[in-house]
Design a protein around this ligand. Structure first.
Ligand SMILES: C[S@@+](CC[C@H](N)C(=O)[O-])C[C@H]1O[C@@H](n2cnc3c(N)ncnc32)[C@H](O)[C@@H]1O
Length: 251
Protein backbone atom coordinates (compact mmCIF):
# COMPACT_ATOMS: atom_id res chain seq x y z
CA UNK A 1 0.00 0.00 0.00
CA UNK A 2 1.42 3.38 -1.00
CA UNK A 3 1.47 6.45 1.27
CA UNK A 4 -1.31 7.96 -0.82
CA UNK A 5 -3.43 4.87 -0.26
CA UNK A 6 -2.73 4.88 3.50
CA UNK A 7 -3.49 8.58 3.92
CA UNK A 8 -6.77 9.47 2.19
CA UNK A 9 -6.20 13.22 2.58
CA UNK A 10 -3.49 12.96 -0.07
CA UNK A 11 -6.04 11.70 -2.62
CA UNK A 12 -8.02 14.18 -4.71
CA UNK A 13 -10.90 11.72 -5.14
CA UNK A 14 -11.25 11.63 -1.31
CA UNK A 15 -11.12 15.42 -0.90
CA UNK A 16 -13.53 15.75 -3.84
CA UNK A 17 -16.20 14.00 -1.75
CA UNK A 18 -16.44 17.14 0.40
CA UNK A 19 -17.47 19.13 -2.69
CA UNK A 20 -19.88 16.38 -3.78
CA UNK A 21 -21.59 15.85 -0.42
CA UNK A 22 -24.86 17.59 -1.35
CA UNK A 23 -24.94 15.86 -4.71
CA UNK A 24 -24.40 12.56 -2.90
CA UNK A 25 -27.27 13.08 -0.48
CA UNK A 26 -29.60 13.83 -3.43
CA UNK A 27 -28.41 11.14 -5.85
CA UNK A 28 -26.25 8.57 -4.04
CA UNK A 29 -23.32 9.51 -6.29
CA UNK A 30 -20.45 11.99 -5.79
CA UNK A 31 -21.09 13.87 -9.02
CA UNK A 32 -17.85 13.15 -10.89
CA UNK A 33 -18.87 9.91 -12.58
CA UNK A 34 -16.71 7.65 -10.39
CA UNK A 35 -19.49 5.10 -9.81
CA UNK A 36 -20.14 4.64 -13.55
CA UNK A 37 -16.38 4.49 -14.12
CA UNK A 38 -16.08 1.77 -11.46
CA UNK A 39 -18.74 -0.39 -13.12
CA UNK A 40 -17.11 0.09 -16.53
CA UNK A 41 -13.72 -0.78 -14.99
CA UNK A 42 -15.09 -4.08 -13.65
CA UNK A 43 -16.59 -4.89 -17.06
CA UNK A 44 -13.28 -4.11 -18.77
CA UNK A 45 -10.84 -5.70 -16.31
CA UNK A 46 -12.50 -8.45 -14.23
CA UNK A 47 -12.85 -11.94 -15.67
CA UNK A 48 -16.50 -12.46 -16.68
CA UNK A 49 -18.30 -14.80 -14.27
CA UNK A 50 -15.55 -14.56 -11.64
CA UNK A 51 -17.01 -13.19 -8.40
CA UNK A 52 -13.65 -13.03 -6.59
CA UNK A 53 -12.18 -11.06 -9.46
CA UNK A 54 -15.10 -8.62 -9.59
CA UNK A 55 -14.68 -7.89 -5.86
CA UNK A 56 -10.89 -7.55 -6.18
CA UNK A 57 -11.26 -5.30 -9.24
CA UNK A 58 -13.59 -2.92 -7.39
CA UNK A 59 -11.03 -2.81 -4.54
CA UNK A 60 -8.27 -2.05 -7.07
CA UNK A 61 -10.35 0.74 -8.61
CA UNK A 62 -11.00 2.24 -5.16
CA UNK A 63 -7.30 2.13 -4.20
CA UNK A 64 -5.78 3.14 -7.52
CA UNK A 65 -8.37 5.15 -9.50
CA UNK A 66 -11.05 6.83 -7.45
CA UNK A 67 -12.10 6.46 -3.82
CA UNK A 68 -15.35 4.49 -3.37
CA UNK A 69 -17.54 4.11 -0.28
CA UNK A 70 -17.86 0.32 -0.51
CA UNK A 71 -17.34 -1.45 2.81
CA UNK A 72 -13.92 -2.28 1.33
CA UNK A 73 -11.44 -5.08 1.91
CA UNK A 74 -10.54 -4.61 5.61
CA UNK A 75 -14.10 -4.20 6.95
CA UNK A 76 -15.31 -6.59 4.24
CA UNK A 77 -13.42 -9.40 5.99
CA UNK A 78 -15.49 -8.67 9.14
CA UNK A 79 -18.65 -8.74 7.03
CA UNK A 80 -17.64 -12.08 5.47
CA UNK A 81 -17.01 -13.64 8.89
CA UNK A 82 -20.38 -12.45 10.23
CA UNK A 83 -22.17 -13.81 7.16
CA UNK A 84 -20.44 -17.15 7.62
CA UNK A 85 -21.55 -17.22 11.27
CA UNK A 86 -25.15 -16.42 10.29
CA UNK A 87 -25.13 -19.02 7.48
CA UNK A 88 -28.13 -17.25 5.94
CA UNK A 89 -30.73 -18.53 3.51
CA UNK A 90 -32.04 -14.96 3.18
CA UNK A 91 -29.89 -11.82 3.56
CA UNK A 92 -30.75 -8.15 3.20
CA UNK A 93 -28.44 -5.18 2.65
CA UNK A 94 -29.59 -1.57 2.99
CA UNK A 95 -27.46 0.66 0.71
CA UNK A 96 -26.29 -1.01 -2.51
CA UNK A 97 -23.99 1.65 -4.04
CA UNK A 98 -21.95 -0.18 -6.76
CA UNK A 99 -22.94 -3.66 -5.60
CA UNK A 100 -19.73 -4.52 -3.74
CA UNK A 101 -21.12 -5.41 -0.28
CA UNK A 102 -23.88 -7.58 -1.76
CA UNK A 103 -21.25 -9.52 -3.72
CA UNK A 104 -19.27 -10.18 -0.54
CA UNK A 105 -22.46 -11.45 1.14
CA UNK A 106 -23.28 -13.64 -1.87
CA UNK A 107 -19.75 -15.06 -1.87
CA UNK A 108 -19.77 -15.85 1.86
CA UNK A 109 -23.25 -17.41 1.61
CA UNK A 110 -23.37 -19.27 -1.70
CA UNK A 111 -26.83 -20.75 -1.00
CA UNK A 112 -28.46 -17.51 0.14
CA UNK A 113 -30.86 -15.24 -1.68
CA UNK A 114 -29.48 -11.73 -1.26
CA UNK A 115 -31.60 -8.56 -1.48
CA UNK A 116 -30.25 -5.03 -1.43
CA UNK A 117 -32.31 -1.85 -1.03
CA UNK A 118 -31.01 1.33 -2.71
CA UNK A 119 -32.73 4.69 -3.05
CA UNK A 120 -30.77 5.70 -6.18
CA UNK A 121 -32.05 4.09 -9.40
CA UNK A 122 -28.73 4.97 -11.09
CA UNK A 123 -26.75 3.06 -8.46
CA UNK A 124 -29.14 0.11 -8.73
CA UNK A 125 -28.47 0.01 -12.48
CA UNK A 126 -24.69 0.10 -12.04
CA UNK A 127 -24.80 -2.60 -9.36
CA UNK A 128 -26.89 -4.86 -11.61
CA UNK A 129 -24.29 -4.45 -14.37
CA UNK A 130 -21.50 -5.41 -11.96
CA UNK A 131 -23.47 -8.43 -10.66
CA UNK A 132 -24.22 -9.56 -14.22
CA UNK A 133 -20.54 -9.37 -15.09
CA UNK A 134 -19.62 -11.25 -11.89
CA UNK A 135 -22.17 -13.98 -12.63
CA UNK A 136 -24.34 -13.43 -9.54
CA UNK A 137 -27.27 -11.45 -10.97
CA UNK A 138 -29.54 -14.47 -10.44
CA UNK A 139 -28.75 -14.50 -6.69
CA UNK A 140 -28.79 -10.79 -5.84
CA UNK A 141 -31.82 -8.55 -6.28
CA UNK A 142 -31.77 -4.79 -5.92
CA UNK A 143 -35.00 -3.14 -4.82
CA UNK A 144 -35.11 0.59 -5.54
CA UNK A 145 -36.61 2.47 -2.60
CA UNK A 146 -36.15 2.96 1.13
CA UNK A 147 -37.47 1.13 4.18
CA UNK A 148 -39.19 4.39 5.22
CA UNK A 149 -41.08 4.99 1.96
CA UNK A 150 -44.50 4.29 3.44
CA UNK A 151 -44.48 0.52 3.03
CA UNK A 152 -43.77 0.36 -0.71
CA UNK A 153 -40.33 -1.23 -0.34
CA UNK A 154 -41.29 -3.38 2.65
CA UNK A 155 -44.28 -4.68 0.66
CA UNK A 156 -42.04 -5.37 -2.36
CA UNK A 157 -39.75 -7.42 -0.09
CA UNK A 158 -42.76 -9.26 1.36
CA UNK A 159 -43.90 -10.05 -2.18
CA UNK A 160 -40.41 -11.48 -2.82
CA UNK A 161 -40.75 -13.93 0.07
CA UNK A 162 -39.77 -11.98 3.20
CA UNK A 163 -41.92 -13.45 5.97
CA UNK A 164 -42.05 -13.91 9.75
CA UNK A 165 -38.70 -15.11 11.09
CA UNK A 166 -37.26 -15.51 7.59
CA UNK A 167 -34.47 -12.92 7.60
CA UNK A 168 -31.20 -14.43 8.81
CA UNK A 169 -28.75 -11.64 8.04
CA UNK A 170 -29.06 -7.86 7.76
CA UNK A 171 -26.33 -5.43 6.66
CA UNK A 172 -26.94 -1.75 7.47
CA UNK A 173 -24.84 0.50 5.23
CA UNK A 174 -27.10 3.33 4.03
CA UNK A 175 -28.16 6.67 5.60
CA UNK A 176 -26.60 6.61 9.07
CA UNK A 177 -29.60 8.23 10.81
CA UNK A 178 -31.86 5.58 9.24
CA UNK A 179 -30.07 2.57 10.80
CA UNK A 180 -32.20 2.52 13.95
CA UNK A 181 -35.63 3.42 12.54
CA UNK A 182 -35.16 1.01 9.62
CA UNK A 183 -34.07 -1.80 11.94
CA UNK A 184 -37.17 -1.09 14.06
CA UNK A 185 -39.40 -1.25 10.95
CA UNK A 186 -37.93 -4.66 10.10
CA UNK A 187 -38.46 -5.82 13.70
CA UNK A 188 -42.08 -4.62 13.53
CA UNK A 189 -42.61 -6.82 10.48
CA UNK A 190 -41.27 -9.74 12.56
CA UNK A 191 -38.79 -10.78 9.88
CA UNK A 192 -35.78 -11.23 12.20
CA UNK A 193 -35.58 -14.34 14.38
CA UNK A 194 -33.62 -15.30 17.47
CA UNK A 195 -30.07 -15.76 16.18
CA UNK A 196 -30.38 -13.41 13.19
CA UNK A 197 -27.25 -11.31 12.79
CA UNK A 198 -27.16 -7.59 12.01
CA UNK A 199 -23.94 -5.92 10.85
CA UNK A 200 -23.72 -2.12 10.83
CA UNK A 201 -20.92 -0.29 9.01
CA UNK A 202 -19.66 3.26 9.70
CA UNK A 203 -20.87 3.35 13.29
CA UNK A 204 -17.93 5.61 14.18
CA UNK A 205 -17.29 7.33 10.83
CA UNK A 206 -19.39 9.18 9.84
CA UNK A 207 -21.17 7.68 12.84
CA UNK A 208 -24.56 6.40 13.93
CA UNK A 209 -24.73 7.40 17.61
CA UNK A 210 -28.39 6.51 18.21
CA UNK A 211 -27.86 3.03 16.79
CA UNK A 212 -24.74 2.54 18.91
CA UNK A 213 -26.54 3.69 22.07
CA UNK A 214 -29.49 1.40 21.30
CA UNK A 215 -27.26 -1.67 20.89
CA UNK A 216 -25.27 -0.84 24.03
CA UNK A 217 -28.43 -0.35 26.14
CA UNK A 218 -29.88 -3.69 25.03
CA UNK A 219 -26.69 -5.73 25.34
CA UNK A 220 -27.47 -9.10 26.91
CA UNK A 221 -31.23 -8.46 26.97
CA UNK A 222 -32.39 -8.32 23.36
CA UNK A 223 -29.11 -8.09 21.48
CA UNK A 224 -25.61 -9.46 21.89
CA UNK A 225 -23.20 -7.05 20.22
CA UNK A 226 -19.53 -7.23 19.33
CA UNK A 227 -17.91 -3.88 18.49
CA UNK A 228 -15.19 -4.41 15.90
CA UNK A 229 -12.59 -1.61 15.98
CA UNK A 230 -11.32 -1.14 12.46
CA UNK A 231 -10.56 1.53 9.83
CA UNK A 232 -12.73 3.38 7.37
CA UNK A 233 -12.57 1.89 3.90
CA UNK A 234 -9.50 1.96 1.65
CA UNK A 235 -7.01 3.63 4.04
CA UNK A 236 -5.48 3.09 7.46
CA UNK A 237 -5.62 6.60 8.96
CA UNK A 238 -9.25 7.01 9.99
CA UNK A 239 -10.75 4.69 12.61
CA UNK A 240 -14.21 3.18 12.25
CA UNK A 241 -16.44 0.80 14.14
CA UNK A 242 -18.41 -2.13 12.72
CA UNK A 243 -21.12 -3.55 14.98
CA UNK A 244 -22.10 -7.19 14.76
CA UNK A 245 -25.26 -7.86 16.75
CA UNK A 246 -27.02 -11.16 17.34
CA UNK A 247 -30.76 -10.84 17.95
CA UNK A 248 -31.86 -12.50 21.19
CA UNK A 249 -35.54 -11.85 20.58
CA UNK A 250 -38.53 -9.83 21.87
CA UNK A 251 -37.30 -6.33 21.05
C1 LIG B 1 -21.99 3.43 1.88
S1 LIG B 1 -22.89 3.19 0.43
C2 LIG B 1 -23.22 1.47 0.46
C3 LIG B 1 -22.02 0.62 0.19
C4 LIG B 1 -22.35 -0.83 -0.02
N1 LIG B 1 -23.09 -1.36 1.09
C5 LIG B 1 -21.08 -1.63 -0.20
O1 LIG B 1 -20.48 -2.05 0.79
O2 LIG B 1 -20.67 -1.81 -1.34
C6 LIG B 1 -24.45 3.90 0.87
C7 LIG B 1 -25.53 3.73 -0.19
O3 LIG B 1 -26.79 3.90 0.47
C8 LIG B 1 -27.66 4.59 -0.40
N2 LIG B 1 -28.70 5.17 0.47
C9 LIG B 1 -28.67 6.31 1.19
N3 LIG B 1 -29.78 6.43 1.93
C10 LIG B 1 -30.52 5.32 1.69
C11 LIG B 1 -31.75 4.84 2.20
N4 LIG B 1 -32.46 5.52 3.12
N5 LIG B 1 -32.21 3.65 1.76
C12 LIG B 1 -31.50 2.94 0.83
N6 LIG B 1 -30.34 3.37 0.31
C13 LIG B 1 -29.84 4.52 0.75
C14 LIG B 1 -26.78 5.56 -1.13
O4 LIG B 1 -27.35 5.98 -2.34
C15 LIG B 1 -25.51 4.74 -1.33
O5 LIG B 1 -25.56 4.06 -2.56
Amino acid sequence: MTLKQRLPLLRWSFIRMGIGARHFSRTGQWGDGREAAAAAYVEAHARRGDLDDAIATLDKFAYEKSFLINIGDEKGALLDAAVTRANPRLALELGTYCGYGAMRIARAAPDARVFSVEFSPANAELARRVWTHAGVADRITCVVGTISDGGRTLDALAASGFATGGLDFLFLDHAKDAYLPDLQSLLERGWLHRGSIVVADNVKLPGSPRYLAYMRERRGAHWDTVEHKTHAEYQTLLPDLVLESKYLGDD
